[in-house]
Design a protein around this ligand. Structure first.
Ligand SMILES: NC(=O)C1=CN([C@@H]2O[C@H](COP(=O)(O)OP(=O)(O)OC[C@H]3O[C@@H](n4cnc5c(N)ncnc54)[C@H](OP(=O)(O)O)[C@@H]3O)[C@@H](O)[C@H]2O)C=CC1
Ligand SMILES: O=C(CO)COP(=O)(O)O
Length: 331
C-alpha cells in the first residue's frame, strides 16, 4: 500500500516518518524544492526540527504526479489550502484512494469542515473515503518518537481500520472513531480556546487560570459541538478534551504561542503585524463567533477571544469581563 503525504511541513514530515518506521511505502510531496531536497538528501528539516536526524529511508519529491499510483493520500497542509491541494491532485488520480485529512479548521470561504471540503472536491469514483487522523499530537514530539495517541475518524469503518493499522506502532497508537462531525469540530474549537490559554499565560496568570480555562473551554466545546450534531462522548475523547489539553498547555502549540504574545503585549496588533506561522485558531475564532451568534449558543470565551482578535479589545479587560459575568451554577 503506497502513501503520498502532501505537504513537507512539520506534521507531514513527522507522520511520514511514522509510516517509514513501520516499513511502509511512503513519500512526501512538497512545493518547496529546498525542503524537499533537504529531506531527501540530508534526512533533516532544520526549519522545523533543528536537531533531529530523520529516518534515512524517508523520501521526498516536488513532482505531484507521484500521487498517480497512491492508495492513500495524506493531506498535511493548513485548512485554507485543503481545497486547492485536492484540486491539484485530482487530474493525477487513476484509482479510488483513501484521503487522510490532518487539518484542524474550516474552509476559508464557506466555513465547512474538512471532510466535507474534500468530498466536495474529489468525486466518489476517485474517493474511497475521507479519514481524519486527529488528536493530541505535536509534530515536535512525534518526530522524536514520544508516546502519542490519536484517532482515525471516518464514516467508513473499514478505511478507518486500514489507516489505524497503517500508522500504529509502539510509540504511535491510533484509535478509531466514527463521529466525524463531532471530532472535526472538537479539534477546531480547541485551537481558539488554546489561543485564549496563551493570552492568559501572557497576561501573567498561572495554573489555576489554565485549569479554569480548559474546563470552561470544554463546556463551550460540548455546547457548540452537540448543538451542531456531534455526540457528547466524542468531546470527552482524544479529539475533544485530549487535544484541548495538549494545545492549551504545550509550548509547541502555535495557537498557544500566538496567544501568549498577544497577552504579553495586552494587544492583538503585535500578532497581526508579525505572525508568519499557521495559527488555525485565529480564523476559527471568527467562524465560531459567527456560528454561535447564528445558533444562539453561549460561548463567553469565544466571544472574548473574538473581540481581542477582531475588535481591538484589550486582553486584560476581556479576562476581567469573563470573571465578572453574572454568577451561575456550574453544571
Ligand atoms: N504541526 C503540528 O504539530 C500539527 C498540525 N496539525 C494540523 O495540520 C495542518 C498543517 O499543519 P502544519 O504542518 O503545522 O502547517 P504548516 O504551516 O507547516 O504547513 C504545512 C505544509 O503545507 C504547505 N502548504 C501551505 N499551503 C499550501 C498550498 N496552498 N499548496 C501546497 N502546500 C501548501 C506548507 O508549505 P510552505 O511552508 O512552503 O507554505 C508546508 O510545507 C494544520 O491544520 C494543523 O492544525 C495537526 C496536528 C499536529
Ligand atoms: O493540533 C496540534 C496538536 O494536537 C497542533 O497545535 P498548534 O497548531 O497550536 O501547534
Amino acid at each position: 500500500m503506497k502513501t503520498v503525504v502532501i505537504g513537507s511541513g512539520s506534521w507531514g514530515t513527522a507522520l511520514a516518518q511514522v509510516l517509514v518506521d513501520n516499513g511502509q511505502d511512503c513519500i512526501i510531496w512538497g512545493k518547496n524544492h529546498e525542503e524537499v531536497n533537504e529531506i531527501q538528501n540530508e534526512h533533516t528539516i532544520k526549519k522545523f526540527f533543528p536537531d533531529v536526524q530523520l529516518n534515512p529511508q524517508l523520501q521526498a519529491t516536488a513532482d505531484l504526479s507521484v500521487v498517480k499510483d497512491a492508495d492513500v493520500v495524506l493531506l498535511s497542509v493548513p485548512s485554507i489550502a485543503i481545497e486547492e491541494v485536492c484540486q491539484s491532485i485530482l487530474p493525477y488520480l487513476t484509482k479510488k484512494i483513501i484521503v487522510v485529512n490532518t487539518a484542524k479548521g474550516f474552509h476559508p470561504g464557506n466555513n465547512d469542515r474538512m471532510s466535507n471540503v474534500i468530498r466536495d472536491c474529489i468525486p466518489s469514483d476517485k474517493l474511497s473515503s475521507v479519514v481524519s487522523l486527529i488528536g493530541p499530537s505535536h509534530a515536535e514530539e512525534v518526530v522524536l518518537r514520544m508516546l502519542t495517541t490519536i484517532c482515525a475518524v471516518s464514516l467508513n469503518e473499514a478505511d478507518a481500520m486500514t489507516i489505524q493499522h497503517l500508522f500504529s506502532n509502539n510509540y504511535f497508537r491510533v484509535y478509531r472513531g466514527n463521529d466525524e462531525l463531532g471530532s472535526e469540530l472538537g479539534v477546531a474549537v480547541k485551537n481558539a480556546i488554546a489561543l485564549a490559554s496563551g493570552v492568559l499565560a501572557g497576561l501573567g496568570y498561572g495554573d489555576n487560570t489554565k485549569a479554569a480555562l480548559i474546563t470552561r473551554g470544554l463546556a463551550e466545546m460540548i455546547r457548540f459541538g452537540t448543538a451542531m450534531g456531534g455526540r457528547q462522548e466524542t468531546f470527552m475523547g482524544l479529539t475533544g478534551i485530549g487535544d484541548l489539553v495538549v494545545t492549551c498547555t504545550s509550548v509547541h502549540s502555535r495557537n498557544f504561542q500566538a496567544g501568549y504574545q498577544i497577552g504579553k503585549a495586552d494587544d492583538a496588533q503585535v500578532f497581526w503585524q508579525n505572525n508568519t506561522k499557521t495559527v488555525e485558531g485565529v480564523r476559527t475564532a471568527k467562524v465560531l463567533y459567527e456560528l454561535k451568534e447564528q445558533h444562539q449558543i453561549d460561548m463567553p470565551i469565544v466571544d472574548e477571544i473574538y473581540k481581542v482578535l477582531y475588535e481591538g479589545k484589550k486582553p486584560s479587560v476581556s479576562a476581567r469581563d469573563l470573571m465578572l459575568r453574572e454568577l451561575k451554577a456550574e453544571l
